[in-house]
Ligand binder design. Structure first.
Ligand SMILES: CC(C)(COP(=O)(O)OP(=O)(O)OC[C@H]1O[C@@H](n2cnc3c(N)ncnc32)[C@H](O)[C@@H]1OP(=O)(O)O)[C@@H](O)C(=O)NCCC(=O)NCCS
Length: 329
């Protein structure tokens, strides 16, 4: 595992240990990551599920999860308190205790409510749940933090950490907002740049498009042009430029030819995609063909840190994402 920024995050957690909910308590990858976390003392896992099933699964896989908290929604002594709070939070949607109980028996909703109730600091799910099923409870229960109008996400991509030629870049939003408006793009850029800083990136933000500096005309290009202007006005201290193609963003000869004098063109390290199609495909190309390790999606703009795993994740990725999730919480 590359450990970019992890040393600082672990140090921070050792000073202020946290608890993290894993919604898929019997999954072998979660159990392996939980056993690794328990071997250190900075992050306590809370595993959701039936206690016997979780202990059997851990024993069968050979993982020591002694010290983990296990909570079964069906036996939770504060379940009715949780039902009442959920009904209060969702009263505008006509929520009743009868409707709430089966919803809260599901690990994704139950785990998110544990964070809302302050039983846990943060949550990592999605080893088997889809992104939508992991994120929706957070949108409904945890909600956007004051000053934000959307929840969005970014990936942190790291390459070359083992060889010392470390490259770290940020990409947003590759996972949540399917077709962001120009105002959404402005917020995504600001949040992604803030997250990039946590990972040691000095952000240079490129708004990506299939057009550079008006070379093509289309409403999708206009959206990116307008977002760029609004972001430059909103974050005057950040180097931001666009709209630009990816080669103009990363290749200095192309960038400076197409946007002479730009502080970003050719040197970008924080990439804002025009929509989720571009973003999701883009980060996966970097990961699968560019040998970058991808950490994320890291959710941005929530009142508490809830993160989603890829269903294809391995135990090391679960462990890394758990540390990131807790350190950002
Ligand atoms: C995130 C996502 C699941 C939300 O979709 P949804 O559940 O259909 O959303 P809804 O429109 O029904 O809204 C559900 C709630 O979330 C809120 N919400 C939806 N999108 C939001 C956003 N981006 N930010 C903040 N809140 C949001 C809604 O306001 C609503 O709140 P309410 O119930 O309190 O009124 C959806 O945008 C999605 O599927 N995104 C792509 C996920 C994906 O597949 N990614 C690729 C793999 S990484």
């Amino acid at each position: 595992m590359s450990a970019y920024g992890f040393g600082g995050m672990i140090k921070k957690l050792k000073e202020n240990p946290k608890t993290i909910v894993f919604t898929e308590g019997t999954d072998a990858r979660i159990l392996e990551a939980a056993s690794r976390l328990l071997a250190s003392n900075f992050l306590t896992p809370i595993l959701i599920g039936d206690e016997d099933e979780i202990i059997d699964a851990a024993e069968n896989e050979g993982y020591n999860i002694r010290g983990a908290q296990i909570i079964n929604p069906l036996k939770y002594d504060r379940f009715e308190e949780m039902v009442d709070l959920f009904c209060e939070l969702r009263k505008s949607k006509g929520m009743t205790p009868e409707k709430a109980r089966p919803i809260l028996s599901q690990a994704n909703y139950f785990g998110t409510m544990l964070v809302k109730m302050g039983v846990a600091d943060c949550l990592l799910g999605g080893a088997t749940y889809s992104t939508a099923d992991t994120v929706r409870p957070a949108l409904q229960i945890i909600k956007t933090k004051p000053g934000n109008s959307i929840v969005s996400s970014c990936f942190i991509l790291v390459r070359g950490a083992a060889t010392g030629g470390r490259e770290v870049i940020a990409m947003g939003d590759c996972a949540i907002n399917i077709n962001p408006s120009e105002d959404d793009l402005v917020e995504i850029a600001g949040e992604t740049a803030e997250c990039a800083k946590v990972f040691g990136i000095d952000p240079k933000v490129a708004f990506l498009s299939f057009s550079t500096a008006g070379s093509a005309k289309d409403p999708s290009v206009t959206k990116v042009q307008n977002a760029t202007k609004k972001a430059q006005a909103k974050y005057p201290d950040l180097p931001i430029d666009g709209e630009m193609q990816f080669d103009a963003a990363v290749a200095p000869n192309v960038g400076q030819q197409k946007k002479p004098g730009s502080k970003v063109a050719g040197y970008a390290n924080t990439f804002i995609f025009p929509d989720i199609n571009a973003g999701n495909i883009g980060y996966k190309i970097a990961q699968r063909m560019g040998n970058f390790e991808a950490y994320g999606p890291i959710l941005l703009g929530l009142n508490a840190q809830i993160n989603d795993l890829s269903r294809g994740c391995n135990a090391i990725e679960v462990y890394s994402m758990a540390i990131i999730t807790a350190a950002l919480s």
